[in-house]
Design a protein around this ligand. Structure first.
Ligand SMILES: [Zn+2]
Length: 380
């Protein structure tokens, strides 16, 4: 009688398992989850034939039939061992998981190890709609990486783009969002919608946000154009949003706002004002940054630095969308310092009675006598 197996009915060797022949017929199996050294006749004779068949397309019966019936217990023991070591991939439907996946094999390998499964990640990404606002260097990299990684729909909003890198007069007439759309359409299957205005001028911004999985507002400068509107509408519709901007030699990412769960941008702004040496200057700067829109400033910026920031945001969004990871910037500000290339993380707590996100924001403040117990009040 066959003993019960915990192994998948269509065993598939995990992505990234290295098979290294070592001296005296030994074989080292090495994966992301550990290593195991195997030796003996079974390893020398059966393994070279068995391992290539562990592709998720051969069932246990099928595998056993390819070898002498007397080897079946050893095959089952071997499969159980490598299953325990985490060398077998997650069970695949009908052993044909990869057929449904449109991602690159590297992406599939990543999501099968660090997400639910490759096909689930592909489905989640394909069903995602990401609003990318601000098509400067950072925004273009975010849009390109998301399109290349399987995101189904991108909404490109011009936002506070600085068109300093645009070409001749004809080309300059198109918005950066439209130019990015043309480039992406040539290479990727992603559905793209273009809104060639700022957030504040975008007709149907509420509908755009309501239909989105996540919103990213990006700038190569300290422009915070549209931040207040993005914050307000994303909170209203329960859609997460993240921002990134560059202040001289420092990039600032976040906070990634999960409505009703983590600090919103207004929470962050109020807290950072409270911590400022000169709160009035802080307020004036934020007012200035929120009005900074489409100016052709000569802002010191190196393209690879924008690349680091854009790729950071894109990677984080992909992990949130496909792998259901918590954003690295959820309730946090992440600073990336260009001179030292160091990263620092600052927690941002929700502000009680935040004018933008607190559930109590429309309630009158509690008066001191509301919370004094009756018996105390009766004294004196
Ligand atoms: Zn708030």
């Amino acid at each position: 009688m066959n003993k019960p197996l915990s192994i998948p009915s269509f065993p598939r060797l995990q992505y990234g398992v290295d098979i290294v022949p070592v001296e005296d017929g030994k074989v080292l199996l090495r994966s992301f989850t550990g290593s195991v050294m195997l030796s003996g006749d079974f390893v020398a004779v059966v393994l070279p034939l068995l391992l290539p068949l562990l592709d998720g397309r051969h069932g246990i019966e099928d595998l056993a039939a390819k070898f002498d019936e007397t080897l079946r217990p050893e095959i089952e023991d071997f499969l159980t061992l490598i299953q325990q070591k985490g060398f077998l991939g997650k069970a695949a439907q009908h052993g044909r998981e990869d057929d449904a996946v449109m991602l690159s094999s590297k992406d599939c390998a990543y999501w099968s190890l660090y997400g639910a499964s490759a096909s689930q990640a592909a489905t989640r990404l394909a069903q995602s709609t990401v609003v990318v606002t601000g098509l400067g260097d950072v925004g273009k990299i975010v849009a390109t990486m998301l399109a290349a990684s399987g995101v189904g729909t991108l909404v490109l909003v011009e936002g506070a783009t600085l068109s300093t890198r645009s070409g001749g007069p004809e080309e300059a007439k198109a918005s950066e969002a439209e130019k990015t759309e043309l480039l992406l359409r040539k290479q990727y299957a992603c559905r793209i919608v273009t809104i060639p205005t700022t957030i504040d001028d975008a007709a149907g911004w509420e509908e755009t946000v309501a239909a989105a999985s996540v919103v990213a507002v990006l700038s190569d400068t300290m422009s915070m154009s549209g931040y207040d509107r993005a914050n307000e509408v994303c909170i209203k519709h329960g859609v997460p949003w993240v921002s990134a901007r560059i202040d001289r030699q420092r990039a600032i990412i976040g906070p990634f706002v999960i409505p009703n769960q983590t600090a919103c941008f207004a929470c962050f702004e109020a807290r950072s004002r409270a911590n400022a040496d000169h709160p009035e200057d802080h307020e004036a700067l934020y007012r200035h940054w929120k009005e900074l829109n489409g100016r052709r400033d000569i802002w010191p910026s190196l393209l690879p630095f924008a690349g680091i920031v854009g790729n950071f945001v894109a990677l984080d969004l992909l992990r949130v969308l496909a792998g259901e990871h918590l954003s690295a910037a959820a309730g946090r500000i992440i600073n990336i310092d260009l001179p030292t290339m160091e990263r620092s993380v600052h927690e941002v707590l929700k502000l009680p009675r935040c004018p933008a996100c607190s559930r109590l924001r429309d309630r009158r403040p509690t008066k001191i006598w509301d919370i004094i117990p009756t018996e105390t009040r009766s004294v004196g």
